[in-house]
Design a protein around this ligand. Structure first.
Ligand code: B12
Ligand code: SF4
Ligand code: SF4
Length: 362
């Protein structure tokens, strides 16, 4: 059976594949609880740890997990265009949730002629712990940046798996420490989110900051640079990704650049038309727009002062307060006058935020 699965995968061009029959991850409960208690987790993970640590909670008939890694980011160089915003490489091309899910379904169809079985494809959005599941299937091991690194493809792999009721042999787990004394990502992370000892503080991660709807602390905003969605730094600097990044390929990554002025004015409908196919678009126009305001401030695009000022009239309080921050970054004395003047007609929340910003070192 194992050979049939591997052959089916290779037929579809999947060369990062592994099989596991471990369904119970209760040994992770302590780690996950301590992460939660120390406020190192985030709202994109299910709060119910008990539910997460057993895959049979999602698929009671589960016997075998067929995991795959879909490589991406080959030949990627950060596009150097001064005044544009940037999406992470995972936003290039078709949304990876769709791409990996459809590949998993094709894989199941390829296996079906040999055995009748039931399956459930999972890619990112289930409450299960994808990295641990794929590690146990032998796809790779954790790097200090907390990502699963495959020995041939590096960490630029999307993870996905089929939960199945098949009974078969499994692959062995890679326990080898892959980072050794390297700590390049720890030093390279723009917001010091990676612990020297490995693992990350999710709430400091720029990728998290670009996605959260929660208030972004002032001290973290500069670290967001010009990111509109996601962050790739700890993968770009990783020596284990060198080969993938240096590959000579014919892929153009200019779709990762975002016109910031256009993003400030874009309608919901046009946002969906232009960015709806990307993995990052699920966060919606307003969060991208908030990140555009932060980027404009960080990039110090003086020519956009008036456009940012106009956003102080936006009906959304969220947009107003980030526009105020951006304005102070662009021209502090002018911005101070405008914000003091606006205090008289703003609601209590916005007024308090303006007062905080006026006193802060920006
Ligand atoms: C929540 C989440 C996030 C959060 C938290 C990330 C995180 N590190 O957990 C945020 C928003 C920050 C995020 C960001 C990104 N994410 Co995300 N995210 C998830 C999600 C939904 C859950 C992750 C989770 O449960 N984490 C909790 C625990 C289990 O993980 P952990 O804290 O990292 O702990 C482990 C390691 O740190 C390690 N560890 C702990 N201590 C030490 C010490 C040493 C020395 C070492 C080596 C390891 C190590 O062991 C722990 C487990 O035993 C998964 C999808 C899913 N359903 O699983 C995708 C997922 C993890 N994300 C993914 C991706 C691609 C990203 C981004 C690259 C996207 C981007 N370009 O912006 C960034 C990468 C940031 C980073 N360095 O992790 C991929 C990872 C693929 C891979 N190769 O590993 C996943 C698996 C989605 C998928 N199916 O492809 N993400
Ligand atoms: S994704 Fe960016 S912010 Fe997050 S850990 Fe990696 S380098 Fe740091
Ligand atoms: S940069 Fe170094 S420490 Fe970080 S994940 Fe890569 S090999 Fe490990």
């Amino acid at each position: 059976m194992k050979e049939i699965i591997k052959d089916a995968a290779h037929k579809l061009g999947i060369d990062t594949i592994g099989i596991s029959n471990v369904t119970d991850y209760s040994y992770m409960e302590k780690f996950l609880s301590s992460r939660k208690n120390n406020n190192l987790d985030c709202e994109f993970e299910d709060r119910d740890i008990k539910k997460r640590i057993n895959a049979k909670n999602l698929y009671p008939d589960l016997r075998t997990i067929i995991a795959i890694g879909l490589p991406y980011g080959e030949g990627y160089k950060i596009p150097s265009s001064g005044n544009k915003g940037l999406l992470s490489v995972s936003s290039h091309g078709e949304d990876y949730h769709k791409a990996v899910t459809s590949l998993l379904i094709k894989l199941a169809e390829e296996i079906k002629p040999y055995i009748s079985f039931k399956f459930l494809p999972c890619v990112d959005t289930s409450y299960l712990i994808d990295k641990e599941i794929c590690k146990l299937a032998g796809i790779g091991n954790y790097g200090k940046n907390s990502l699963i690194i495959n020995q041939n493809k590096g960490s630029f792999i999307y993870l996905g798996y089929l939960l199945t009721d098949i009974e078969t042999e499994t692959d062995s787990v890679i326990e080898k420490d892959i980072c050794g004394t390297c700590n390049i990502c720890v030093k390279g992370c723009p917001n010091n989110a990676i612990f020297e000892s490995g693992g990350i503080n999710a709430k400091r991660c720029v990728s998290y900051l670009t996605q959260t709807k929660k208030y972004i602390p002032l001290k973290y905003r500069e670290s967001m640079g010009r990111q509109i969605y996601g962050c790739d730094i700890c993968q770009i600097v990783c020596p284990l990704n060198k080969e993938v990044l240096n590959k000579e390929v014919n892929i153009v990554y200019s779709d990762l650049l975002v016109d910031l002025e256009e993003l400030l004015n874009i309608s919901n409908q046009n946002f969906k038309k232009k960015y709806g196919h990307t993995a990052g678009s699920w966060r919606g126009r307003n969060i991208w727009k908030r990140n555009a305001l932060i980027s404009i401030g960080n990039l110090k695009i003086d020519s956009m002062f008036q456009k940012v000022k106009d956003e102080l009239q936006n009906p959304s309080d969220m947009i107003k307060i980030y526009a105020a921050w951006s304005l102070l970054k662009l021209n502090k004395p002018f911005a101070q006058d405008i914000l003091y003047n606006n205090l008289k007609y703003e609601n209590v929340d916005v007024k308090n935020e303006y007062l905080k910003l006026l006193e802060a070192e920006i």
